[in-house]
Design a protein around this ligand. Structure first.
Ligand code: C5P
Length: 238
């Protein structure tokens, strides 16, 4: 039985303000998607990767992966979709029967520690159908609703019971397939904001477990995040 990692890289990343899709923006001389693929492979628990590529860039992504000596596991590249959910579904369509565990990881989290990948896979292999890395929330979080030209606070959830979740998220393959069909339909019908794959599993009413996340797996959204990532890399390679 094998583990497939779907590496979502089809987003535009417009908040970075570059002409390039975010996954191809360079960090320390290498595109973000390559950093992420190398770390997934370095975990030793991922057997193959499917990358979802932005429009017209399947060839570019495939060349990038094939030319890298550090990835070292089979990588296929497919067209992503208009939303992240559609991109994951496109990747999932390429899962092979032997891929009983599927990870979904964002190329926008290039510095994911291989140990975190191992932690997620081992929790799925120990019997949890859906596993998400999460970190305690340090800010107080307010729930709001629109109120004229401002927002009105409607509640303050207990911070100790909140987790900020990351990727890779790990799933038993059959559960993720069901989540992307029935779960996605239910989430849409009930207007649930399923902004990650675990949210679709929750829409099915199936349990999702949390394992400890890692600050290094932070998501790159802004130019400042890119700068922080280069500092983290310097620190870890020093
Ligand atoms: O935009 P955001 O940073 O939330 O995207 C998360 C991940 O999903 C990124 O790695 C991005 O490339 C990917 N994505 C995708 N297909 C889309 C939109 C986003 O693969 N249509």
């Amino acid at each position: 039985m094998t583990t497939l990692a779907i590496l979502t890289a089809a987003g535009s990343g417009s908040r970075l303000g570059r002409d390039l899709p975010k996954a191809l923006v360079e960090l320390d001389g290498f595109p973000l998607v390559l950093h992420a693929a190398r770390r997934l492979a370095a975990s030793g628990v991922v057997d193959s990767i499917v990358v979802t590529a932005p429009d017209g860039l399947v060839g570019v992504m495939a060349d990038l992966m094939a030319g890298d000596p550090h990835v070292g596991i089979p990588v296929r590249v497919t067209d992503g979709g208009p939303t992240r959910q559609a991109s994951v579904a496109a990747g999932l369509a390429l899962a092979r029967p032997e891929d009983d565990v599927v990870l979904v990881h964002d190329a926008a989290r290039p510095l994911v520690p291989p140990e975190l990948v191992q932690r997620v896979v081992s929790a799925v292999r120990s019997g949890h159908g859906a596993v998400v890395p999460g970190l305690p929330v340090t800010d107080t979080v307010k729930q709001v609703r629109p109120d004229g030209d401002a927002e009105l606070v409607t509640g303050t959830p207990d911070r100790s019971m909140l987790r900020a979740v990351q990727t890779p998220q790990g799933f038993a393959r059959d559960l993720l397939v069901r989540a992307h069909h029935t779960g996605a339909e239910r989430a849409a019908a009930e207007h649930l904001a399923a902004t990650d794959d675990a949210g679709l599993v929750e829409a099915l009413g199936e349990p999702v477990h949390i394992v400890p996340g890692d600050a290094a797996a932070f998501k790159i959204t802004t130019e400042r995040d890119l700068w922080l990532a280069s500092l983290v890399l310097q620190e870890t390679t020093a």
